[in-house]
Design a binder for this molecule. Structure first.
Ligand SMILES: [Zn+2]
Length: 240
């Protein structure tokens, strides 16, 4: 999985996070996400760059997701820090969930609402599978990072709508169903679980960026690191 950082620093949602505009942003940043929500874009645009250019504007208030997956390459473009509060699902899920969009194939054509025609079934399915596989990897990575349980903590936008924490959209299940794929959110959660289990017996990798005897120096360096990685924190060598 390739993660490219394409932060939406001009989007008002990014700015609200930098300013820690209200308690919802502060809480999300300090606590981290409690869950992950999967979306698909709902239009025949496989190129993540098109969305990134549209969203990285100071006048764009409609949405700001944590990541978008390019359907042509499978690359993950990270748009927000993972512990920033995003604007992706409407409703209270924005206070708790990371939101990830999958781009959709150009080999479909929307005909109204969530209905679409398939222009080239083989190519469209390949695009959907590429994005799905990257999403599985990304969600396994985020479950590992934030100690989330795939069975309980992963939802689609559609599922979020049904439980009342998101707006009533149908993504991404409508996309898979329209392509005749056997994918479902249950198959997705199971695939994330298999990914996680495969890594479970391996070593634990910690990323360290400094070590100090003097606490003042340590705190000064921590502030420098936090400018780029707000989730960074300090602990002593012997603490858990
Ligand atoms: Zn959605």
């Amino acid at each position: 999985m390739k993660i490219v950082q394409s932060f939406l620093t001009k989007n008002p949602c990014w700015k609200a996070n930098v300013k820690r505009a209200d308690d919802r942003y502060v809480t999300f940043q300090e606590r981290g996400p409690l869950g992950l929500m999967l979306h698909s874009v709902g239009c025949a645009q496989p190129d993540a760059g098109v969305f990134i250019r549209g969203w990285n504007k100071s006048t764009y208030y409609n949405s700001c997701v944590h990541a978008i997956i390019d359907a042509n390459t499978g690359d993950v473009h990270q748009l927000l820090q993972w512990n920033y509060r995003g604007w992706h699902g409407g409703g209270s899920c924005n206070d708790t969930h990371i939101g990830v969009e999958m781009c959709e194939s150009k080999y479909i054509k929307y005909t109204g609402g969530a209905a679409f025609e398939v222009l080239d079934r083989t190519k469209a399915r390949a695009d959907a599978m590429r994005a799905y596989n990257s999403a599985v990897e990304l969600f396994a990575y985020l479950c590992d990072l934030y100690q989330l349980n795939p069975d309980k903590d992963i939802l689609s936008h559609r599922e979020g709508g049904k439980t009342g924490i998101a707006t009533g959209h149908v993504d991404p299940e409508h996309y898979w169903a329209g392509l005749g794929l056997s994918y479902s959110m249950n198959s997705f959660r199971a695939a994330v679980k298999r990914r996680l289990a495969a890594a479970q017996n391996g070593p634990v990798y910690l990323i360290q960026v400094g070590a100090f005897r003097n606490k003042t120096y340590a705190e000064a360096y921590l502030r420098t690191v936090q400018a780029a990685f707000p989730g960074a924190y300090m602990k002593t060598k012997d603490s858990a």
